[in-house]
Write a new protein. Structure first.
Length: 180
């Protein structure tokens, strides 16, 4: 079955290791016949959740006017969501956490996605140094009853821009996309 795959990248850098891995995942997924769309959060106007609970009302829409609403619509309609983030102080980047906080409107709506992949890049060569970030995404996934963490791709030891191109995770990202 051909799937709708939404890739969301959350790095601050124009040459981003986590985005390089995400692009490789996307290449594999496209070759497998899936429909892939990428959203780069760095290019988006995205405010913090203000905790007002307006989204609990009938329409389940956020009252803020920025770029997040269409992203949420795409997330809700995707079969697969791929998050790609740098590791910042053992956690996901603030950009990604800000988006996850803003997903409250789709928490109240039916969502299609059942598989979530997590891609990360970090300087530390020890993969376990990414566990806090994975736990954070896993906790978010647990709020969506039909979703599961389908896989993680860890670019552990990728530091300088472009390091991911020669990292073993580069191939693993392609394979994961190909078999998504
Ligand atoms: C603010 C900041 C905090 C960081 N904290 C960590 C960390 O805790 N662990 C780690 O392995 N790398 C850390 N790094 C390094 C980045 O994760 C690494 O350079 C990664 O390749 C960046 O991915 P990107 O190119 O996709 O942005 C940090 C970098 C920055 C700028």
């Amino acid at each position: 079955m051909h799937k709708r795959i939404l890739v969301i990248t959350a790095s601050a850098r124009p040459v981003s290791n986590s985005e390089i891995l995400a692009d490789e995942f996307a290449r594999g997924a496209r070759e497998a016949g899936h429909q892939v769309e990428k959203i780069r959060l760095r290019d988006k106007d995205m405010h913090f959740c203000n905790g007002c609970y307006d989204c609990e009302a009938d329409e389940h829409r956020c009252s803020q006017h920025d770029d997040v609403a269409p992203i949420l619509d795409k997330m809700a309609d995707a079969d697969v969501i791929v998050f790609a983030t740098p590791i910042y102080f053992y956690e996901m980047s603030g950009r990604l956490k800000t988006l996850l906080d803003r997903t409250m409107p789709i928490y109240f709506r039916p969502c299609r996605f059942s598989e979530v992949y997590f891609i990360a890049a970090g300087t530390d060569s020890n993969e376990t140094a990414m566990q806090a970030a994975i736990n954070g995404v896993q906790a978010w996934i647990s709020c969506f009853s039909d979703a599961r963490l389908a896989g993680t791709i860890r670019g552990a030891g990728a530091s300088m821009p472009g390091d991911a191109r020669t990292h073993s995770a580069f191939h693993r990202a392609y394979v994961a996309g190909r078999s998504a």
